[in-house]
Ligand binder design. Structure first.
Ligand SMILES: *Cc1c(COP(=O)(O)O)cnc(C)c1O
Length: 390
């Protein structure tokens, strides 16, 4: 039997990451949560079962993952989904036709696409604002506003939102504050402690961390929200399979170790990039030149592994992303391996060009997901690619 209570609030993050979630398997005492690869469960008699009836509704492997990530976020209820966008879909189903959402203008492209192309058609209204500017958030609130939805840091411009202040605006409006915490992870930022009602993750990214599954998660503290989310999770049915849950659970065990390395590598690389003549600007909240560096220091325990750089033209950006060898040209982020991407044509191609321009997402912008490799090798790779890009 486990000797620690996984939900013990005194446990530190690295300990929780290893211990929260799985209880020892009652059959054999397996240390790791088994993969319950089953669709249904035998019942001893009518209405007599062990709390498990059908695997869309309950699955022990999924529950282990949900408990683990809820504990890491300092929340009480976790809900796993088949992708980050399925988690967003479930969060927006807390609302009704006619409700209004104030959303960051610089959210993940797929989140923006789901809101504007699916939910707007079904009767939700959205106003997109720069959530780094809280006055704009407050000004966008209407009597119908039921949700404020933010990412911090944003992808790929690395702008921050003051979560405590955003939480106050949302609660004055009687709206939920929902925070996509995919970039920072709970290791560096805990939105529920700053006033958020709901935290969203693409577990595809840092939480799983090994680029081998797609998944999403919502974490809540309030019981009433949790009850409605459990209904939506089962009623809409966008649940992940047990194997993907198991992979994500295995990933979270090393989250603290990995995030320390992503952060240390990215700090070194960001600082090095500021000294390269071909790099016109470096976007990284850990740099003192970042306009919200003070907020980053207050709100985050570290700055993470994501860096964006401005190379000035699409030609130079193209040459650069095609010349790196260790940094693989690919969508996604947050895995142990370093990736490089061109937001304007890749992750943010679905964002209208005029909106991209308005937020500084130029054709010369390149995004780095710094992995956990030896940093000297990563710097050497970027160095040779910058020389080649001219
Ligand atoms: C990838 C991503 C999503 C979407 O998650 P999927 O798992 O790809 O559906 C949402 N938000 C952010 C910040 C992301 O990076």
């Amino acid at each position: 039997m486990t000797k620690v209570l996984p939900e013990d609030p005194k446990l530190r993050f690295g300990t929780l990451a290893v211990h929260a979630g799985p209880t020892p398997d009652p059959l054999a005492g397996a240390v790791m949560a088994p993969i319950y690869q089953t669709s249904t469960y035998v019942q001893a008699g009518l209405g007599k079962h062990k709390g498990y009836e059908y695997a869309r509704t309950q699955n022990p492997t999924r529950e282990a993952l949900e408990r683990s990530i809820a504990a890491l976020e300092g929340g009480r209820h976790g809900f796993a989904f088949g992708s980050g966008l399925a988690a967003l879909d479930a969060a927006l189903k807390l609302l009704s036709a006619g409700d209004h959402v104030v959303c960051g203008e610089n959210v993940y492209g797929g989140s923006h696409r789901q809101m504007t192309h699916i939910w707007a058609r079904l009767g939700l209204a959205f106003t997109f604002v720069d959530t780094a500017d809280l006055q704009r958030v407050a000004d966008a609130v209407t009597p119908h506003t039921k949700m404020v939805y933010v990412e911090t840091p944003t992808n790929p411009m690395m702008r921050l939102c003051d979560l405590q202040a955003a939480g106050e605006i949302a609660s004055r409006a009687g709206a939920l504050l929902v925070v996509d915490n995919t970039f920072a992870t709970p290791y560096f930022q805990r939105p529920l402690e700053l006033g958020a009602d709901l935290v969203l993750h693409s577990t595809t990214k840092y939480l799983n961390g090994h680029s081998d599954m797609v998944g999403g998660m919502l974490v809540a503290t309030r019981d009433d929200l949790a009850e409605r989310l459990a209904f939506i999770q089962n009623g809409s049915g966008a649940v992940p399979g047990p194997f993907d849950c198991w992979l994500a659970l295995r990933g979270t065990k090393t989250l603290a170790l990995r995030m320390r390395q992503h952060d240390a590598n990215a700090r070194r690389i960001a600082e090095w990039l500021t000294r390269q003549p071909n790099v016109q600007h470096v976007y990284y909240p850990g740099l003192p030149l970042h306009p919200q560096h003070d907020l980053a220091c207050r709100q985050m325990k570290g700055f993470g592994g994501m860096i964006s750089i401005e190379l000035g033209s699409i030609e130079r950006a193209t040459r650069f992303v095609e010349r790196t060898r260790l940094f693989a040209l690919a969508e996604s982020l947050g895995g142990v391996e370093s990736l490089i991407g061109h937001p304007a044509t890749m992750t943010h191609a679905s964002v209208p060009p005029e909106m991209r321009r308005a937020m500084g997402l130029t054709d010369g912008l390149v995004r780095l997901s710094v992995g956990i490799e030896d940093v000297e090798d990563l710097v050497a790779d970027l160095d040779q690619a910058l020389v080649a890009a001219g």
